[in-house]
Design a protein around this ligand. Sequence first.
Ligand SMILES: Cc1cc2nc3c(=O)[nH]c(=O)nc-3n(C[C@H](O)[C@H](O)[C@H](O)COP(=O)(O)O)c2cc1C
Length: 215
Amino acid sequence: MENFSEKIQSLRNEYSDLDLKVDDLNSNPITQFTRWLDEAIETKIYEPNAMVLATVNENTPRSRFVLFKNIVNDNLIFHTHYESPKAIEIFANPSVSGIFYWAEIHRQVRFQGKAIKADAKISDEYFKSRPRGGQLSAWASAQSNIISSREDVTNRIEELDKEYEDKEIPRPDFWGGFSIEVNYWEFWQGRRNRTHDRFSYKQEDTSWKIERMSP
Ligand SMILES: Cc1cc2nc3c(=O)[nH]c(=O)nc-3n(C[C@H](O)[C@H](O)[C@H](O)COP(=O)(O)O)c2cc1C
């Protein structure tokens, strides 16, 4: 049997000849981000809006995937349970960091910023747009609590389904959006022979300073 370490070490992909020059970048990182996300969507990448979100629990970093769902007033929005570990961490320390990776087009976008609870209106609108199953599971899941079996959740969903038969399901107070104000962005374009292009955007009063970084 093949040695597993060798197998992992031999994984090697060449990236493309796509390049990224400072002149290609929009002076506004949100515009640059939406342009790249749109290209990822058009490329039919699976879940291009999935992002790793890192929070800080006292001194311990913790990360997990969430789905980026909107941009409102230049802030990035995602939704979650307000009593989940990630939410508790954000309420205690709003500093977050996130990453999108679109492997098929060899691109990574990294950001850092501060997260706050989103306006109830943003959460209500999104909750309304969710399929009924997603609305019921938001009610039924005490996210990240230890449970004895999946039936704990599925039985609760069945109960709620009956309770709300023929009724609109309201958004639970304990579920909604966070809004991330980003103060640092990084755009990475993978290239042949590891000569990747990387640019950072740092916020300076009312403008953004763009700098090329070594790969
Ligand atoms: C692709 C993907 C997308 C996800 N999107 C969300 C999301 O938008 N909101 C959410 O609360 N959890 C989402 N999850 C689940 C989280 O990764 C995580 O398991 C859960 O939120 C609990 O995290 P916490 O214990 O750190 O609070 C997603 C998982 C995956 C794999």
